[in-house]
Design a protein around this ligand. Sequence first.
Ligand code: LLP
Length: 411
Amino acid sequence: MKLIGKFDIRELAERFGTPLYVYDKEKIVANYNKLYLSFSRYFKKFSIHYSVKANSNIHILEVLRSLGAGADCSSPFELRLALLAGFKPEKIVYTGNYESLEDLEYVSQHNVSINLDDITSFWRLKKVTNPEFVSFRVNPGIGKGGFEGITTGGADAKFGVPYEMLYQAYSDAKASGVKRFGIHIMTGSNILEPFYFAEVLEKLMRISGRIFKELQIKPEYIDIGGGLGVPYTDEDMELDIETSVRLLSEVFFEYIERYDLGLPELKIEPGRFLVANAGYLVCKVTGIKNGYKKFIGLDAGMNILIRPALYGATHRVKIYGKDGVVQMVQICGQICENSDILGKNVPVPEIVEGDIAIFLDVGAYCFSMASSYNGRPLPAEVLVDDNSVMEIRRRQTFEDFVSSMILTHLD
Ligand code: LLP
């Protein structure tokens, strides 16, 4: 591997330094268009809200906004960022959990749709405003995710209204004056089976359809969250989007008709699917140790790529200009933790100090989960698009690192 888009990776590394996140705009555009086309084939009323938490660089938000996406935010800062990137409030959904009064107050002032995590969230919202619209996130009692840490439905998940309590939630909201309703579900991330989304939707519709009918509610939207997976290894099969959407539409329209629910909009909140494969982490080999095992040390560590340490996730790694496999190595960073392993038993070519290593599929949940642990700066980010390359975040400096520590308290 030598190129990202039309750009030579070694030249990018020399120009912007390493470690460096590089995003390929063309891939984001292709991912969005693929999703949009599939949904438009089966749904008339639908909207795609990019989940800002996956990659919150404002320039990435701007790319998605200009394609027509809405945004899904999970905190007041994310909401401010989405507004700053030019998303219109009516194209923003906000899905928090254990929402504070302060958060609810801020969010409710911005006219965005709020998916509430619980009936207690509703009572908190009532303290700061008199909502005319309410949508609850449902925990349908089941969940599935690429890893346990990214499963967000089922008995162990902290999210959503348990479905047994859903009737109470909507009838309380209705009784207290709410006029317009929506419903939300999100049971896990990085799902590669096309059947799963329809299965979850069916469970949601079975539960909520009857409740809505009984309470004479016609939901304005049904929001099925994110979760669309991407392959991270050569063995993973790509998610069959076309089949996922077709199966979803069959369930959607069957239940809408069965419970006479009008014509709700279908909303989705994809994060990973839109940006994961557009991201590359370019870093340098800083040391090679033949210890009990062979370790390849990089200038990138778990502080800027935490998914392997946190979930046991895998990211493919390539060496600039080298192919083939001659050895199995452990790839690590420079962080003082033994969890700082970015790849276990990775098949690689011959490697020497100074080589450039490139991690694939790091556009989602990598920079956005990064920290300056061990005093290591946050890396720079660049966006390549055809013949142009734009630095969209400069590398953190020592001055940035200390800027929010109140230095005036020192003697
Ligand atoms: N909507 C809500 C309410 C969410 O909580 C999430 C992700 C999404 C949408 C977007 O999900 P996606 O389409 O990206 O699967 N840090 C983990 C992923 C955590 C996902 C959290 N919620 C990882 O690195 O795999």
